[in-house]
Design a protein around this ligand. Structure first.
Ligand SMILES: [Zn+2]
Length: 398
């Protein structure tokens, strides 16, 4: 009996979006359920899905973090801060410079300069330095992924090349399925995420794109069924999408405190989170007061960060974590200058944040959060998950 675990990741196809399009793969994958996401962005969720670990455990959460000690790998980029804003703010210039910095630094993971002010870049380090989809010594900073485990067990797999577009990834996967030599396939498709960032969750183009995906996945199943006796199909995602109803300039409020960036405090402004490292007692008090009373978001207490699996005792990603209320985007932020139609990265308990999974078999009842997808991948390849991983326990009971 030749079996295949087919894992199709559709970025941002959350439970709420899926509910609006119940016809999507209703024939092929009728077993579906919502899954709790992880606070943060794909940089946090993807590593959790392939490892069954939380960001606190695998150490990947947001993109950039303040380097308290030692030299920043971006110290040499100081000259970029001298570029006139008319040049350094152009998207094409930033795109080219991202490629240059990635190459010079030897970063193999997903890397973008986004809108990080060049004058602050030498204060930071970047989390996803290595390609998480590769086996060690690439992969996660801490903990093994499903790919590391499969490698150790002598199994074969296909995983997408993130540099390619959806069409290219699908073509590669068809080839791998035809050869019939893999035990697991993992493909990440990104067009829906990009569409909803640009047009929001009510765009009429969503139905059209889901239909396109529906057809592509039927084709994958046809190809897979020719080489395998049993294909376990999973369509899943890491987070949902929120419509943005307000862009809010959080930086202006912080700047108004009169504290000095780099001397009194460091901040990193993600799209939905402000992360702060106070450098003096006074700065910590002022920042805390401002953030605790702020009407547009919430300072997350330690207990909540722990519960969400994103607490870092060394403050790697910030000593103070401020999360915007759902639908309010920080704009400008270090990720982009303007608010856009759709964004994710709000509180996991908000319904639009929820992820989902659809399958062609009855899913375990105790499958409730995205990091447990790792357990499904272990089960479909016959692997025993290492101790301490999030897995649906019912799958591994003797
Ligand atoms: Zn996105």
């Amino acid at each position: 009996m030749k079996t295949l675990g087919l894992y199709v990741f559709i970025d941002a196809l959350g439970w709420e979006v899926l509910k609006k399009h119940p016809e999507f793969l209703a024939d092929l994958a009728p077993h579906r359920k919502p899954l709790e996401t992880i606070l943060g962005y794909s940089s946090a969720c993807d590593p959790s899905i392939i490892s069954g670990l939380t960001p606190s455990e695998h150490k990947l959460w947001s993109s950039y973090y303040y380097l308290r000690e030692g030299a920043s790998p971006f110290a040499w980029t100081r000259w970029l801060g001298l570029l006139p804003e008319s040049l350094s703010e152009r998207a094409r210039v930033r795109h080219y410079l991202s490629k240059l910095v990635k190459k010079v630094c030897g970063i193999s993971g997903y890397f973008q300069l986004y809108n990080v002010p060049f004058r602050y870049l030498p204060l930071f380090h970047y989390a996803e330095w290595k390609r998480i989809w590769e086996i060690k010594p690439e992969g996660l900073p801490e903990g093994s992924t499903i790919f590391d485990l499969m490698h150790a067990a002598g199994l074969s797999w296909y995983v997408h090349d993130s540099r390619k577009k959806d069409e290219g990834k699908l073509a590669d996967l068809h080839q791998a399925l035809e050869a019939g030599e893999i035990n697991l396939a993992y493909i990440s498709l990104g067009r829906l995420d990009a569409l909803m960032h640009a047009e929001g969750t009510s765009s009429p183009k969503i139905a059209e794109l889901l239909k396109w995906y529906d057809t592509r996945i039927h084709e994958l199943m046809t190809t897979a069924s020719a080489s395998y006796d049993d294909v376990r199909l999973h369509i899943f995602t890491d987070h949902g999408m929120h419509d943005i109803h307000e862009g809010y300039d959080l930086q202006r409020d912080i700047d108004a405190l009169g504290l000095r960036f780099g001397k009194d405090y460091i901040a990193f402004y993600d799209s939905t989170m402000g992360r702060f490292w106070p450098l003096t007692g006074t700065a910590e008090t002022r920042l805390r007061e401002t953030l605790l009373e702020h009407p547009k978001g919430r300072l997350l207490p330690e207990a909540e960060l722990r519960r969400l699996g994103v607490y870092f005792p060394d403050g790697q990603y910030g000593d103070l974590i401020f999360l915007m209320h759902p639908g309010i985007q920080i704009a400008p932020s270090f990720m982009g200058r303007k608010a856009i139609a759709g964004m994710h990265g709000f509180h996991p308990e908000d319904s639009d944040s929820r992820a989902m999974i659809c399958a062609n078999y009855v899913l375990p009842v105790d499958l409730t959060c995205i990091q447990q997808i790792f357990g499904l991948m272990c089960a479909t390849t016959g692997l025993t998950p290492p101790a301490g991983r999030a897995v649906p326990q019912s799958l591994f009971q003797p």
